[in-house]
Structure formats: C-alpha cells, structure tokens
Design a protein around this ligand. Structure first.
Ligand SMILES: Cc1cc2nc3c(=O)[nH]c(=O)nc-3n(C[C@H](O)[C@H](O)[C@H](O)COP(=O)(O)O)c2cc1C
Length: 162
C-alpha cells in the first residue's frame, strides 16, 4: 500500500448521545485509522466554529449546506494513493465543510474510502456525494459507518474493514 491521507471533520461540544465532549466521535475513529495505516491526518476546520450547543449547531449546519467556508484546504494529493474521507453525518450526508474541502482537489486515479460516524443514518448519502464530487477517483462503494456513541470501542471494526 502507498501513502495515505485522512481528510476528516469532527466537532467538540454538546452532541447527541454523548453529552459534552472534548474530542469528537469522528476524530476518535480517524485516529484509529491513522494508527492502523500510518496515514497523514488533515482536519477540516470551519472558518466560523459551530456552536457548542447541539440544537443551535443543527440549524447552523443546515444553513451551511453548499456554502461552508474552511480555514485551510487539504494538502496537494499528488503524494497519496489513497484518501480516507471521514465525517459525521449531518442532515443525511457529510458535514458541509467536507464538500468545501474536497471539491477543488485533483482526484484523478486516487483510491477513496469513506467513513462516517452517525446516530442511525449509517453512511447516508455520503458515498454517492463523494463519488459525485471527487471526479476521476476510484471510490470504494462499501464504506464504513460507525455509530458515534460507540466510536471509542470501534478499533477492531476499523481494523477489520481496513
Ligand atoms: C448538525 C448535526 C446533524 C446531524 N445529522 C444526523 C443525521 O442526519 N443522521 C444521523 O444518523 N446522525 C446525525 N447527527 C449525529 C452525528 O452524525 C453523530 O453524533 C456523529 O458521530 C458526530 O460526529 P463528531 O463527534 O465527530 O462531530 C447529526 C449531528 C449534528 C451535530
């Protein structure tokens, strides 16, 4: 296996099923993927942080669909063979900041593997949306969906999927 990159989004604060957290569910799983593959990690950060309050964040996320500025774009993909795209499910697909992060990269010939954390939607439309946005990529249609509240105990599920 060649070089890999993890592009992920994850939020701290109050969240569904886990209370107030200092580390988001997707970040916990991203660190397992990093540990097991040696991939480089890139965290997508919104320009304006989401509210700490879950019910406010829900509304903010809906307003950001299609227009979600980020602090920095991921690195050039040239050195990488495989890119893991990892996100919580927001409104049925990846967080809107993920689309901003991935939409202008050169995906030609890259292997892409999708991981979600969620509270019931599984992968939602994430694989379809990644396939639509990452033109020229070879997207693994299986993907991996981890229930957010079970992120800490997901290491063996991640290892099996890898
Ligand atoms: C704005 C928002 C929207 C969400 N929408 C969904 C959803 O549509 N389906 C679902 O199963 N979970 C949904 N969730 C739950 C998150 O996907 C889940 O808690 C996830 O593990 C959070 O990851 P994080 O801690 O890395 O941010 C939503 C959570 C938030 C904050």
């Amino acid at each position: 296996m060649g070089e890999s990159l993890i592009v992920y989004f994850s939020r701290t604060g109050e969240n569904y099923g886990v209370g107030y957290v200092d580390k988001g569910n997707t970040e916990i799983v991203a660190e397992y993927v990093q540990e097991l593959t040696g991939a480089d990690l890139f965290k997508v950060e919104p320009t304006v942080p989401y509210s700490d309050k879950y019910d406010v964040c829900i509304k903010e996320a809906k307003e950001r669909i299609g227009a979600a500025p980020i602090q920095a774009t991921p690195p050039d993909l040239a050195p990488y063979d495989t890119v893991f795209i990892m996100s919580p499910i927001y409104w049925g697909t990846y967080a809107p900041e993920i689309e901003t992060a991935i939409k202008d990269l050169d995906w030609t010939g890259k292997k892409v593997r999708v991981v979600s954390t969620h509270e019931g939607s599984g992968l939602g439309k994430m694989v379809a949306d990644v396939t639509r946005i990452c033109k020229g990529a070879d997207v693994d249609k299986t993907g991996l969906a981890i229930k957010g509240s079970q992120a800490k105990s997901s290491k063996s599920a991640v290892a099996n999927w890898l």
